[in-house]
Design a protein around this ligand. Sequence first.
Ligand code: HAM
Length: 416
Amino acid sequence: MAKLTAPKGTKDVLPSDSYRWQYVESVLKQICNDFNFKEIRTPTFESTEVFARGVGDTTDVVTKEMYTFLDKGGRSITLRPEGTAGVARSFVENGLYAGVLPLKLFYLISCFRYEKPQAGRLREFHQFGVEMLGTTTPNSDAEAIIFGAEIFKRLNIGNITLNLNNIGCKECRKAYNEKLKAFLEVKKDSLCETCQERLGKNPMRIFDCKSEVCQSLIKDAPTIFDCVCDDCRDHFNTVTDILDTVGITYKIDKGIVRGLDYYSKTVFEFVSDNIGAQGTVLGGGRYDGLIADLGGNDAPGIGFAMGIERLLLLAEGAMEVFEDTPDVFFIPIGDAAKKQVYQLVYSLRGQGISAEYDLNARSVKAQMKYADKIGAKYTVVIGDDEIAQGSYPVKNMSNGETVNVAPDEIITVVKA
Ligand code: HAM
């Protein structure tokens, strides 16, 4: 029979790698705790409308990349391509706006985008994201950016550039879109078909186009950064003042528009040159109109998401993390010893010690080899003599030293 393989663009996380995921997740959760963010879990799939209305129906994500299907009840369902729209939907649906604000939330989720797979770009990938809902102040923009920077600091990852842009409020964008339209109107016929359509509906999305022709046509276009209103400019200046105060370095990149429609004012990306074309590891920004677009009140929001796969590519060699191995491995010789080992393993595990023994009926010699292979820190060989004397040889596998102790003292040796 033909071998089955995982779908294109998906990846198994094998035990030889999963400890790195667990390490990263534990560091992220610790930062959430330190910054007082609480976890939210929303469904893996939502009504398609959540993304069409939330992310924007002229974005690449919505028009080209969504896994959308009709369920057996004929409803249009989409596997989430990102986390923000679902969180915003939940915020509205559960009336969370009526509680204590701002709501500081985080999530660790799988996301789905039908993209061309390559290093750091998958069809199922994982995001860690944070969202702060119900806060308009520039302090919260700075808080999100400082959180992002803290991730790279704690994981010991250098060579990351933080790029910032200010894309203004709805009003600034309305005026800017007109300016951009006027600039591009004369070049309209040279734009690709999709961008000609974008020019009519949402000119800023032309910045997302991968065609070199469209990129060259838009190269000298006016930037939104230079067209924002005074309020938006002041807001942004306060964000950068706070970053300066805490010593976080950044660059202004007037070209960042982000690929999702919900953004306003501050947008930011943490980018690396070390992982090839998919260099944006973390991206986010303010989204003051999203909640209203999903039928809620006008609660503002700000957040970011980071791709775990991209982070792990970057962390290669930088993270000081080692796979956990068993604390102690027991090797019984004889039936009485076997029973003793069952009891000891059971009791030690119950006390939080990683205790292991052979499940595959190996010879004693093979068990020794096996214990070594799985990296057991201590081994204890138990035969009739050890049971009779009540003294068990606990061998330290890294230096070969052995101490003989009573069974209930094994824990003290292996815990040391
Ligand atoms: P995004 O820029 O579309 O933003 O995605 C955030 C991050 O997810 C990217 O920087 C990248 O690391 C990762 N990512 C995206 N697509 C893929 C893929 N196909 N394969 C691997 N990794 C990928 C958002 O999703 C927004 N929801 C972020 C946000 C939250 N803004 C405000 N709050």
